[in-house]
Design a binder for this molecule. Structure first.
Ligand SMILES: NC(=O)c1ccc[n+]([C@@H]2O[C@H](COP(=O)([O-])OP(=O)(O)OC[C@H]3O[C@@H](n4cnc5c(N)ncnc54)[C@H](OP(=O)(O)O)[C@@H]3O)[C@@H](O)[C@H]2O)c1
Length: 290
């Protein structure tokens, strides 16, 4: 079994007035195959969530579209009433069709309904952070965000949401949202091999806004690179550990939400993310996504 450090790797970060551990947990993969339906191992899914909190994680990422509804129901079953320090970050802006697709649902009425669904299923009176999910399953798409974002601002003013963020967004959409109201995070796809947001990450770091990479381990297709394998072998670590440690060292505003349906992997990832990468390691890893 992996040795878990007393303090989670990376320390903490502030999402507005909310403190979270930089090592968080992404709940998407707890639903069934293709993020549809219930998990094969219901009790195993509850155990992962409980272990995450027991190990000190205070940031769980979810969405009512996962399952749909399944991960929120699992989070509530495993953890409600929630520990005071736990922050649950959710997202709205897409629903699930019968084929398992993620069509956009960003009309004001869709967003209001989605916020209420998250509140009901998580058993909360106010959501800590809501990300407006933009783009589609292929990635960010240019387009206006004002009407959708203003709808979430209204819901925040009604006391249903504490802080806002955007997800799957272009840099222009991030700027458009920020011109309307403050955001505390941007959640986009980013990892060692997908470096399209390098500039945005640095800009957000200067503004004190978190960048939360989804698919930190490659998502549905695990990260594969000979350079990653070589660095991991040299450090006697797993490629997953190196990928997570690299993200934590990449910028202080990066928060990790790796997903897993396994308690052993969760422990392994926490133990591995604290790995210290040398300048030589970083230079070698840096070339992967360039
Ligand atoms: N905003 C968006 O549009 C968006 C899109 C996608 C995801 N997300 C969020 O981002 C989170 C992270 O993404 P993700 O979970 O899809 O991808 P990920 O964290 O990159 O990778 C998860 C995959 O890695 C495997 N894994 C994890 N630790 C491992 C280990 N130590 N050894 C071997 N395999 C390991 C998991 O399998 P096991 O279950 O077997 O461990 C799972 O298949 C999601 O949970 C979700 O909350 C957001």
């Amino acid at each position: 079994m992996s040795t878990i450090p007393a303090t989670l790797p990376g320390g903490t970060w502030s999402l507005g007035d909310l403190t979270v551990t930089r090592f968080g947990y992404g709940a998407m993969q707890l639903a069934g195959p293709g993020v549809m339906g219930p998990p094969a191992d219901h009790d195993g899914a509850l155990a992962v969530l409980r272990e995450a909190v027991a190990l000190g994680i205070t940031h769980i990422d979810t969405a009512d579209a996962y399952g749909p509804h399944i991960t929120n129901q699992l989070i509530r079953e495993a953890l409600h009433p929630y520990p005071d320090a736990l922050r649950i970050v959710t997202k709205v802006g897409a629903f699930r069709d019968e084929q398992g697709g993620w069509p956009p649902a960003r009309e004001p009425e869709d967003l209001r309904r989605a916020v209420h669904h998250n509140l009901d299923r998580l058993g909360l009176e106010r959501l800590d952070v809501v990300n407006l999910r933009l783009g589609d399953a292929q990635g960010p798409r240019p387009g206006p965000v004002t009407e959708a974002f203003e709808t979430l601002v209204e819901l925040r003013q009604q006391g249903l949401i504490r802080h806002l963020g955007v997800s799957n967004a272009t840099a222009e959409q991030v700027a458009e949202a920020r011109a309307i109201a403050p955001i505390v995070c941007v959640q986009n796809m980013y990892n060692l091999a997908h470096r399209q947001d390098d500039e945005l990450i640095d800009e957000l770091a200067e503004q004190g806004i978190a960048y939360v990479p989804f698919f930190p381990l490659g998502g549905f297709s695990p990260l594969q690179s000979s350079a990653l394998t070589a660095v991991a072998a040299r450090l006697d670590a797993t490629p997953m550990s190196v990928a997570l440690a690299w993200l934590l060292q990449r910028s202080p505003n990066i928060l990790l939400i790796p997903g897993t349906s396994s308690v052993a992997h969760l422990r392994e990832n926490i133990a591995g993310a604290g790995l210290s990468l040398s300048e030589e390691d970083l230079a070698e890893l840096d070339r992967i996504g360039r």
